[in-house]
Design a protein around this ligand. Sequence first.
Ligand SMILES: *Cc1c(COP(=O)(O)O)cnc(C)c1O
Length: 227
Amino acid sequence: MSADAARRLDDVHKRIAKAEAEAGRPAGSVTLVAVSKTFDVGAITPVIAAGQRVFGENRIQEAKAKWPALRAATPDVELHLIGPMQSNKVKDAVALFDVIHTVDRDKIAKLIAAEINAQGRTPRLLVEVNTGAEPQKAGILPQDADDFIARCRDVHGLAIDGLMCIPPFEDVAAPHFALLQKTADRLSLPVLSMGMSADFETAIQFGATHVRVGTAIFGVRQHKVEP
Ligand SMILES: *Cc1c(COP(=O)(O)O)cnc(C)c1O
């Protein structure tokens, strides 16, 4: 089991390195976020032991149950929130996560700003863009992204480092990655969180700085928790 995790992690690193080279990007320019949602401490520990330090979770409750103990053992772990934000969980999110990928509406931005002030903790923030304009999906619509990011900065005093997207499951991902890249370029945002197990190499071609990979490292999830 633990040998499997180490082998799969190594394989993902090799694929990232190859995609960086093919895209003419510097080695090491892409950060691997290992998505450990639904996996327990026993499954995560071998991946930490294999050297991985950046992890993503999509549920605040679940992360709160798993990560304090893991982090006590490995303080240099960096934790990323990649799932939707609810207003009653903002306090926990600001307390627990180092990077939040899913800022997507004014109410949440306002609450995050209040918690940053209250806690004196400043997670890095990305805005989620609903590139497919899917009604059931979180994220700001592409045409509203510029205004929203300006409001985050000017009204709420939040520094936004970049953008994140989850393309529609049934679509070819490349046009969504291209749209996110174009939007980030226009707004001079350096961080692009895009690409999952099935398409991270494509995302790297389009400038992803962070790829979020679960299945290719941890194996297939027992309980389907879709973004
Ligand atoms: C689960 C999840 C991932 C990882 O998906 P895999 O296909 O298992 O690599 C990436 N991003 C988000 C937002 C997720 O919820």
